[in-house]
Design a protein around this ligand. Structure first.
Ligand code: R5P
Length: 275
């Protein structure tokens, strides 16, 4: 990333103390420098978040002139409202802590709700990884592709990918029970017969949202069903659920490093940092 930006890289020494607490050390002095901290907070979220707070605070203590914080996957952002009385508003808490640590600017990707960024008082932006997703699929040999959003919230993502691919798009209507977490998707006729379907979403956790969409597309005669998301956090059993629903492959971005992170958002980060 430093090479892409043409800036100096400062390795961060990190380990855990014997009692499990995080140890962080910046290996060079960044006094008076414009620091760019890049740390995603995918699982283990709490460990990655504490590391992030410590890195930002260490940079501030050294006298960094500014601290741009890039958190490709911002943990806890989905708890952006109190669904039940007494619940912690986790998105607000995490954002307050990032800011209190010393961040002067924040960049993330495909946050669940743009409006959640209102909890920051520093300049903040949520980039879309969908242009990178579209580039990935543009290199595949697809049969009359159609891009499907598993719910209305993902419609903007489907639109971006479809536009880039000059393909059609459609969306489904999904509901999630606040208490049980059960996901139901209304059956709807879509023009998928004999076509390759790309289902796009911001995040996959249990896989239920995308599996429901895939089952509907499969029942309606889709040719191949591909799944792409920004944050592939698939829990145990999620991949099996998707494959059972007829999905051929799942790809994610390197906002979440792991077995699905085949799409790089590095150039999108570089562009945003330079702006
Ligand atoms: C919520 O609406 C999000 O956009 C995702 O669709 C959802 O969080 C995915 O979660 P899961 O994979 O557990 O259905």
């Amino acid at each position: 990333m430093a090479e892409l930006l043409g800036v100096e890289a400062v390795p961060v020494e990190s380990r855990a103390f014997p009692d499990g607490e995080s140890y962080i050390r910046l290996t060079r002095n960044i006094h008076d420098k414009e620091a760019i901290v890049i740390q995603s907070t995918y699982p283990p979220q709490d460990r990655h978040l504490v590391q992030l707070f410590l890195i930002i605070d260490a940079a501030r203590d050294q006298g960094a002139e500014s601290i741009t914080v890039v958190v490709p996957y911002l943990a806890y952002a989905r708890q952006d409202k109190r669904f039940r009385e007494g619940e912690a508003l986790s998105a607000k808490t995490i954002m307050s802590l990032i800011e209190a640590s010393g961040a002067t600017r924040l960049i993330t990707f495909d946050i669940h709700q743009q409006s959640t960024l209102k909890h920051f008082h520093i300049p903040s932006t949520s980039l879309s990884a969908m242009p990178a997703v579209a580039q990935y699929f543009a290199k595949q040999d697809l049969e009359r592709p159609i891009v499907i959003a598993p719910d209305r919230g993902a419609l903007d993502k489907a639109e971006i990918v479809a536009e880039e691919l000059k393909a059609d798009h459609d969306f489904l209507d999904k509901r999630r029970d606040v208490i049980s977490g059960k996901v139901t998707t209304a059956e709807k006729r879509m023009d998928v017969q004999g076509r390759d379907v790309i289902i796009v979403d911001d995040i996959i956790v249990t896989g239920s949202s995308v599996a429901n969409a895939a089952s509907i597309a499969s029942r309606q005669g889709a040719h191949c069903i591909f799944v792409a998301c920004t944050h592939a956090l698939l829990q145990e059993g999620a991949l099996q659920k998707l494959l059972k629903a007829g999905v051929k492959s799942v790809v994610g971005t390197n906002c979440v490093e792991g077995e699905f992170s085949q799409i790089s958002v590095a150039s999108l980060i570089a562009d945003a940092v330079r702006r």
